[in-house]
Design a protein. Structure first.
Length: 175
Protein backbone atom coordinates (compact mmCIF):
# COMPACT_ATOMS: atom_id res chain seq x y z
CA UNK A 1 0.00 0.00 0.00
CA UNK A 2 2.80 2.40 0.92
CA UNK A 3 4.76 1.42 -2.19
CA UNK A 4 1.77 2.05 -4.41
CA UNK A 5 1.15 5.43 -2.80
CA UNK A 6 4.83 6.38 -3.11
CA UNK A 7 4.87 5.33 -6.77
CA UNK A 8 1.77 7.36 -7.56
CA UNK A 9 2.69 10.48 -5.58
CA UNK A 10 5.05 12.17 -8.05
CA UNK A 11 3.34 11.30 -11.38
CA UNK A 12 -0.07 12.37 -10.09
CA UNK A 13 1.29 15.55 -8.52
CA UNK A 14 3.26 16.43 -11.66
CA UNK A 15 0.37 15.77 -14.03
CA UNK A 16 -2.72 16.73 -12.04
CA UNK A 17 -1.35 18.81 -9.12
CA UNK A 18 -3.17 16.64 -6.57
CA UNK A 19 -1.98 14.43 -3.73
CA UNK A 20 -2.87 10.76 -3.83
CA UNK A 21 -3.77 8.64 -0.84
CA UNK A 22 -3.93 4.86 -0.95
CA UNK A 23 -5.98 3.33 1.85
CA UNK A 24 -6.40 -0.31 2.75
CA UNK A 25 -9.89 -1.62 2.11
CA UNK A 26 -11.70 -4.30 4.00
CA UNK A 27 -15.07 -5.87 3.34
CA UNK A 28 -17.91 -5.40 5.80
CA UNK A 29 -18.75 -9.10 5.35
CA UNK A 30 -15.53 -10.01 7.18
CA UNK A 31 -16.66 -7.98 10.20
CA UNK A 32 -20.03 -9.73 10.24
CA UNK A 33 -18.31 -13.14 9.93
CA UNK A 34 -16.36 -12.34 13.09
CA UNK A 35 -19.56 -11.26 14.85
CA UNK A 36 -21.30 -14.50 13.80
CA UNK A 37 -18.41 -16.63 15.10
CA UNK A 38 -18.39 -15.13 18.61
CA UNK A 39 -20.80 -14.75 21.50
CA UNK A 40 -19.03 -12.18 23.67
CA UNK A 41 -17.95 -8.69 22.66
CA UNK A 42 -15.88 -6.45 24.90
CA UNK A 43 -15.00 -3.52 22.69
CA UNK A 44 -15.96 -2.04 19.33
CA UNK A 45 -13.94 0.81 17.89
CA UNK A 46 -14.82 2.66 14.69
CA UNK A 47 -12.36 5.23 13.31
CA UNK A 48 -13.98 7.42 10.67
CA UNK A 49 -12.34 10.05 8.49
CA UNK A 50 -14.66 12.97 8.80
CA UNK A 51 -16.32 13.65 6.40
CA UNK A 52 -15.11 12.08 3.20
CA UNK A 53 -15.56 13.32 -0.35
CA UNK A 54 -16.49 9.98 -1.90
CA UNK A 55 -19.95 8.62 -2.61
CA UNK A 56 -20.06 6.38 0.43
CA UNK A 57 -22.89 5.68 2.84
CA UNK A 58 -24.92 8.90 2.92
CA UNK A 59 -26.25 8.52 6.48
CA UNK A 60 -22.75 8.07 7.89
CA UNK A 61 -21.33 10.85 5.70
CA UNK A 62 -24.11 13.29 6.66
CA UNK A 63 -23.69 12.51 10.36
CA UNK A 64 -19.94 13.10 10.14
CA UNK A 65 -20.43 16.29 8.11
CA UNK A 66 -22.79 17.64 10.79
CA UNK A 67 -20.21 16.87 13.47
CA UNK A 68 -17.49 18.51 11.34
CA UNK A 69 -19.59 21.70 11.19
CA UNK A 70 -19.95 21.64 14.96
CA UNK A 71 -16.48 20.49 16.09
CA UNK A 72 -14.15 20.95 13.05
CA UNK A 73 -12.66 17.47 13.61
CA UNK A 74 -10.77 15.48 10.97
CA UNK A 75 -11.59 12.08 12.44
CA UNK A 76 -14.21 10.58 14.70
CA UNK A 77 -13.43 7.62 16.94
CA UNK A 78 -16.40 5.77 18.37
CA UNK A 79 -15.36 3.39 21.16
CA UNK A 80 -17.91 1.19 22.86
CA UNK A 81 -16.84 -0.97 25.85
CA UNK A 82 -18.42 -3.60 28.08
CA UNK A 83 -16.05 -5.21 30.58
CA UNK A 84 -18.27 -8.27 31.06
CA UNK A 85 -18.40 -9.06 27.32
CA UNK A 86 -22.09 -8.24 26.95
CA UNK A 87 -21.58 -5.49 24.36
CA UNK A 88 -24.25 -5.54 21.66
CA UNK A 89 -23.28 -5.13 18.00
CA UNK A 90 -26.55 -4.19 16.29
CA UNK A 91 -26.81 -4.35 12.51
CA UNK A 92 -28.00 -0.74 12.43
CA UNK A 93 -26.30 1.73 12.74
CA UNK A 94 -23.05 -0.30 12.67
CA UNK A 95 -23.70 -1.37 9.04
CA UNK A 96 -23.74 2.27 7.89
CA UNK A 97 -20.33 2.93 9.40
CA UNK A 98 -18.90 -0.34 8.07
CA UNK A 99 -20.01 0.62 4.57
CA UNK A 100 -18.30 3.99 5.05
CA UNK A 101 -15.12 2.26 6.26
CA UNK A 102 -15.27 -0.23 3.37
CA UNK A 103 -14.73 2.65 0.96
CA UNK A 104 -11.35 3.37 2.58
CA UNK A 105 -12.61 6.05 4.93
CA UNK A 106 -11.62 4.61 8.28
CA UNK A 107 -10.97 1.45 10.25
CA UNK A 108 -12.63 -0.88 12.74
CA UNK A 109 -11.50 -3.07 15.62
CA UNK A 110 -13.57 -5.62 17.53
CA UNK A 111 -12.49 -7.34 20.75
CA UNK A 112 -14.12 -10.70 21.46
CA UNK A 113 -13.46 -13.71 23.65
CA UNK A 114 -10.33 -15.63 22.75
CA UNK A 115 -10.25 -19.34 21.88
CA UNK A 116 -8.70 -20.30 25.24
CA UNK A 117 -10.20 -17.59 27.40
CA UNK A 118 -8.98 -14.04 27.52
CA UNK A 119 -9.68 -11.58 24.75
CA UNK A 120 -8.79 -11.35 21.06
CA UNK A 121 -8.95 -8.23 18.93
CA UNK A 122 -9.75 -8.39 15.22
CA UNK A 123 -9.21 -5.34 13.05
CA UNK A 124 -9.84 -4.11 9.55
CA UNK A 125 -6.08 -3.71 9.05
CA UNK A 126 -5.69 -7.48 9.64
CA UNK A 127 -8.45 -8.20 7.11
CA UNK A 128 -7.58 -6.08 4.08
CA UNK A 129 -8.22 -7.02 0.48
CA UNK A 130 -5.07 -7.55 -1.54
CA UNK A 131 -4.37 -7.90 -5.23
CA UNK A 132 -1.26 -8.93 -7.12
CA UNK A 133 -0.04 -6.77 -9.99
CA UNK A 134 2.93 -7.36 -12.24
CA UNK A 135 5.94 -5.21 -11.43
CA UNK A 136 7.07 -2.54 -13.86
CA UNK A 137 10.31 -4.47 -14.47
CA UNK A 138 8.34 -7.58 -15.46
CA UNK A 139 6.22 -5.51 -17.82
CA UNK A 140 9.20 -3.94 -19.60
CA UNK A 141 11.01 -7.29 -19.89
CA UNK A 142 7.98 -9.08 -21.26
CA UNK A 143 7.42 -6.34 -23.82
CA UNK A 144 11.02 -6.48 -24.99
CA UNK A 145 11.61 -2.89 -23.94
CA UNK A 146 14.25 -3.49 -21.30
CA UNK A 147 16.26 -0.31 -20.90
CA UNK A 148 20.01 -0.03 -20.93
CA UNK A 149 21.78 1.89 -18.19
CA UNK A 150 22.31 4.94 -20.40
CA UNK A 151 18.72 5.07 -21.63
CA UNK A 152 16.20 7.06 -19.67
CA UNK A 153 12.49 6.58 -20.27
CA UNK A 154 10.63 9.63 -21.52
CA UNK A 155 7.89 11.20 -19.44
CA UNK A 156 5.41 9.86 -21.98
CA UNK A 157 6.75 6.29 -21.49
CA UNK A 158 6.45 6.68 -17.71
CA UNK A 159 2.91 7.98 -18.05
CA UNK A 160 1.93 5.07 -20.27
CA UNK A 161 3.43 2.54 -17.83
CA UNK A 162 1.76 4.27 -14.87
CA UNK A 163 -1.56 4.35 -16.72
CA UNK A 164 -1.25 0.66 -17.59
CA UNK A 165 -0.47 -0.20 -13.97
CA UNK A 166 -3.43 1.83 -12.69
CA UNK A 167 -5.72 0.25 -15.29
CA UNK A 168 -4.58 -3.20 -14.16
CA UNK A 169 -5.22 -2.31 -10.51
CA UNK A 170 -8.68 -0.91 -11.24
CA UNK A 171 -9.59 -4.01 -13.24
CA UNK A 172 -8.48 -6.36 -10.46
CA UNK A 173 -10.18 -4.32 -7.73
CA UNK A 174 -13.39 -4.39 -9.78
CA UNK A 175 -13.32 -8.17 -9.78
Amino acid sequence: MRSLQAGLREPIMATFNHRTFVEACTRKEKFWEIVAEHKRFYKLELRLISPNILETNLRARDALAAMKDLFQQDQVVITLNNESGDLMVPKMPVADYLEYIEEGEGAWALTTEGQQGGKKTYSSSDNIDTIAVSALEERSTSEGNQLGFSEMPSTRDNYTSDAEMIAEIIQKVGK
